[in-house]
Unconditional design. Structure first.
Length: 158
């Protein structure tokens, strides 16, 4: 009985192996149908899917302006404290104090790329980028400041 099960397992394993090798052999004979990307040789032509979630980015326009109001909605929506918003108070031309973004800290090493922060942002100030190469030797390089130095909020964003 033991030998019968043993021989049956060998037969099933061999059958499974040849099933996979049949597919490999097909692509070996028909090389024009290969769909494998030749990464990293194709970095210039590589196009990621539009829905790909690489990392959180904050786009700035040509005047170094962004749309983040410092409302902290993204920070509250993040399930694992990846985002830290540091705000400051600025005086408006009318002399009133107004909360504004000082620093947008993003901890890439903690991010699960869920996109909840992007969905929670009322002004659309942050997006999911297309970058997927995040290998570094120093873990502190994965903590990023998303707002550019000297940037300010875009006029008309409230």
């Amino acid at each position: 009985m033991f030998i019968k099960e043993y021989l049956s397992d060998i037969f099933n394993a061999t059958k499974s192996l040849f099933t996979g090798m049949k597919r490999t052999g097909y692509y070996f004979v028909h090389p024009k149908e290969i769909i494998t990307e030749q990464y990293p040789d194709n970095r210039d032509t590589l196009k990621m899917a539009e829905r790909f979630r690489g990392e959180v980015i904050m786009p700035h326009d040509e005047n170094n302006e962004h749309a983040c109001t410092g409302c902290t909605a993204c920070e509250l929506a993040c399930p694992n404290a990846t985002i830290k918003i540091i705000t400051k108070f600025e005086l408006t031309p009318e002399g009133k104090k107004k909360k504004a973004l000082d620093t947008f800290v993003y901890h890439l090493e903690l991010c699960t790329m869920c996109g909840l922060c992007v969905e929670a942002c009322p002004t659309g100030a942050i997006q999911m980028g297309q970058n997927f190469e995040h290998s570094v030797f120093d873990r502190s390089m994965l903590t990023k400041k998303l707002n550019n130095p000297g940037s300010k909020i875009r006029e008309g964003v409230e």
